[in-house]
Ligand binder design. Structure first.
Ligand SMILES: Cc1ncc(COP(=O)(O)O)c(C=O)c1O
Length: 496
């Protein structure tokens, strides 16, 4: 490893065996030495000829390194005085040591202490993402990926990827592709009785973004929002990220308790609700409650954010029509997603926006991430229009019905008396209550140690629930794995 003699600059180290070119090694060495304060502003550097001779390398890489350092403002030259470190570099360099290495190691610069983030970021930071790497039973929010028509999908992706148009490569409408919006309007009209025209559809990056954009359009900081208790944690995150103040409202067998909400916060700005299939308890909001809620919203001038995330899959009756379909006052913002009916990594969803709010939603979407991937919008559009979507949903309904039955039967067989199934009429998950006094977090921890992922009901609650419970996803696992999973889970209920 050739070294430049110490004295006028610290020893320059390069290593000809490294794959990094010599000019790059020299550039990085000088840049780091300047940032670390080892080379001071105004300090003279050896000439390129001298440095090349001392290092035993050709002059070309030395010239390349100096040129780059000049271009970035680290060096300056004067006729007759040679090259020196730019005098404009501050004496106290912003980063000490080797910046790239420090950042790669995720370390914080010395002496800075914990760095301040916004209050909002501190509020929403504590989500548990540990489930992401767990492929086992009973992860919630996962559809039957093993049953997805991947060949058809690949053909449609290829069709658009091979003949990508200029329109698809340029900036697009923040509200989404016109043809897809028309297809979605037709679909929600037929399947969910949501009456709207395509101009009211905003295509989003999943319902998570739909909720966030909706909250940002409708709410100011600290505005009160009724939230179901227990609730979908993703919705809580979105509302918190928009600065809303949560007002937990209990859910009973008829859904959100509107009378309790009215007592707690009569003039709340909005309510977040999953009326077709309450997340996580699985209850369906009764017609009376729906009417009471619409009436309250109308009188209070409040918005209703309806999250209709998995209502395509209902097993004991036809799908329950949306709350949106009962709304005569344009107060309901309807949020839908392709995460359950196609797959979550697609990151596509939609919001049905009241007509007068379309410009505000469009502007907020533009400010957030401009618009969703045009390629996947085009693919989903074809998938719907060519009939694959309707066929897939029909087929999946049978698949989920079988998986749900496998889970209900296995629970009855292996854990009857210790798990009380509730809310199994729809969707891709069910809730099961534990005997009084049993901690759902303890059971979830024991299960996780055995590779089983169950979500404790308490993780969805604002305060400790009267009875603990487990949220069990069955959409993404086969009946065989469901049965094996329940056997393991039964052992965890015994404290094993
Ligand atoms: C209540 C609820 N809403 C929405 C979603 C879907 O979110 P996204 O469309 O962002 O994937 C889920 C997924 O688990 C959910 O449970």
């Amino acid at each position: 490893m050739p070294r430049l003699a110490p004295g006028f600059v610290p020893p320059v180290a390069i290593d000809a065996r490294r794959r990094t070119p010599i000019y790059r090694q020299l550039y990085e060495w000088f840049r780091t030495a300047i940032l670390a304060g080892q080379l001071r502003p105004g300090q003279r550097l050896p000439s390129t000829r001298q440095l090349a001779a001392e290092l035993g390398v050709s002059r070309i890489p030395v010239l390349g390194a100096y040129e780059q350092l000049h271009a970035e403002g680290y060096l300056e030259s004067f006729v007759g005085a040679g090259t020196c470190v730019a005098r404009s570099i501050p004496e106290r360099a912003p980063l000490i040591g080797r910046p790239a290495a420090r950042h790669a190691a995720g370390r914080v610069p010395n002496g800075v202490g914990p760095r301040r983030t916004s209050r909002l970021a501190r509020t929403i930071f504590q989500t548990d993402q540990s489930w992401l790497g767990n492929p086992g039973a009973f992860r919630i929010s996962l559809p039957a990926l093993d049953q997805f028509p991947s060949t058809v999908w690949a053909r449609l992706v290829n069709r658009h990827a091979r003949r990508v148009t200029r329109g698809m490569m340029a900036y697009g409408d923040p509200m989404g592709d016109g043809s897809l919006r028309a297809a979605i309007a037709e679909y929600v009209g037929a399947a969910r009785a949501v009456r709207c025209d395509p101009s009211q559809i905003m295509v989003t990056t999943g319902s998570q973004q739909g909720l966030l954009v909706t909250a940002r359009v409708l709410l100011d900081a600290r505005d009160a929002v009724w939230v179901e208790d227990p609730a979908y944690p993703g919705a809580r995150q979105a509302l918190l990220a928009a600065g809303a103040r949560m007002v937990p409202v209990p859910v009973d067998e008829d859904g959100l308790d509107v009378a309790r909400g009215t007592r707690a916060s009569p003039s709340a700005r909005a309510v977040y609700i999953t009326p077709s299939h309450q997340h996580p308890l699985g209850v369906t909001m009764s017609a009376t409650r729906r009417m009471t809620l619409l009436d309250w919203a109308s009188r209070a001038g409040a918005w209703i954010i309806e999250d209709d995330y998995d209502s395509e899959y209902r097993f004991d009756s036809r799908p329950i029509t949306s709350l949106h379909s009962m709304d005569a006052d344009a107060r309901v913002i309807y949020v839908g997603t392709f995460s359950k009916v196609l797959f979550p990594a697609l990151r596509l969803g939609y919001v049905v926006v009241p007509k007068d709010l379309v410009p505000a939603f469009s502007a907020m979407r533009d400010a957030s991430d401009v618009f969703s991937s045009t390629l996947y919008q085009a693919v989903v559009n074809d998938f719907i229009r060519e009939g694959h979507f309707a066929r897939h949903i029909r087929r999946m309904r049978m698949v989920y019905m079988e998986r749900r039955q496998a889970l209900v039967d296995a629970i009855r067989h292996e854990a009857g008396g210790r798990l009380e199934v509730i809310g199994a009429a729809a969707g891709l998950h069910l809730a099961a209550l534990l005997p009084p006094g049993v901690s759902d977090e303890d059971v979830a921890r024991r299960a996780a140690a055995k590779g089983i992922l169950v979500t404790p009901l308490s993780s969805c609650c604002f305060s400790a629930p009267q009875r603990g419970g487990l949220i069990l996803g069955y959409g993404g696992i086969t009946p065989h794995d469901i049965r094996e999973g329940v056997k393991t889970l039964a052992g965890c209920l015994e404290g094993r």
